[in-house]
Design a protein around this ligand. Structure first.
Ligand SMILES: [Zn+2]
Length: 266
């Protein structure tokens, strides 16, 4: 089955991974800006990173006929440095014109601190002024519920936010409903251990349905699997779900969300 992986950090994967994803049916990926594994020291470091996301990865993906899109921001882990964050946010507008940039992301919270919330709101302000799509990272494990509530409150308190232009990512059993009830899209991340396994994601689809729901591998440098979305497809087949149901989650939904992007070209 053709599929889209709407959240995968290909900068941290090999060219062979692109090949294996293509053989498994991957038609397109989107890559949110994230932490590099170390705190970058300068805004110039982010400028180079944004060029990597918008120039280098699309070329690498094209070798395997995979379309590559990206999202730009400074991630929550580096947001404790508010002055650096502001310099990075100021770099983003020049990249928003590029045809393969979908919007602002993955912005969010990590440890739910005041500085993280400040930088989140400044990204959100840029996204609203430029009418961009927004991709949101919700925190891990014990910080997830509180962080997700804080994020949903900040989104609801900004009257400019249109929920159908925002995806709340890394939802789990206890956060999926508040995000869907708010009118947002949601992403479930398929990790081998933490976040959702493919089986848990299938359980959640059985619980909440397929409207505004997508799944992703969030493949990165850590323990993760760039073939997690095809594994979810297999899990759905094993449970007897019709292909049309699975295809909505792994292909039609991410495409419908992306099609709202300002620069979208069919
Ligand atoms: Zn990510």
């Amino acid at each position: 089955m053709d599929y889209i992986d709407p959240h995968v950090h290909m900068i941290s994967r090999t060219t062979d991974d692109y090949g294996r994803m293509a053989y498994a049916g991957c038609a397109a990926v989107s890559e949110p800006a994230f932490w590099a594994g170390f705190d970058r020291g300068t805004a110039a470091g982010f400028h180079d990173y944004f060029r990597h996301l918008t120039e280098v990865e699309p070329r690498r993906a094209a070798l395997f006929h995979i379309r590559h899109y990206s999202w730009l921001c400074i991630n929550a882990k580096e947001a404790e440095n508010v002055s650096l964050s502001r310099e990075v946010i100021a770099l983003i507008p020049e990249f928003l014109r590029l045809p393969n940039v979908l919007g602002i992301g993955e912005i969010g919270l990590n440890k739910n601190t005041r500085n993280e919330a400040t930088v989140f709101q400044e990204h959100l302000d840029l996204a609203m002024k430029t009418d961009e799509l927004v991709l949101i990272h919700t925190p891990h494990l014990e910080d997830k519920y509180k962080g997700t509530r804080m994020i949903l409150d900040m989104l609801k308190n900004d009257p400019r936010v249109k929920p159908h232009r925002v995806c709340v990512d890394h939802v789990e059993e206890h956060t999926v409903r508040p995000a869907l009830d708010g009118g947002f899209w949601v992403g479930m991340t398929l990790y081998p251990t933490t976040k959702c396994t493919p089986a848990r994601a299938a359980d959640i689809v059985e619980m909440v349905g397929t409207d505004r729901v997508m799944v992703n591998s969030a493949g990165d440098w850590g323990k993760s699997d760039p073939l997690a979305v095809p594994e979810f497809v297999q899990e759905m087949k094993r449970r007897g779900h019709p292909d049309a149901v699975t295809r909505k989650v792994v292909y039609e939904n991410p495409l419908a969300f992306w099609r709202q992007a300002n620069n979208w070209r069919e």
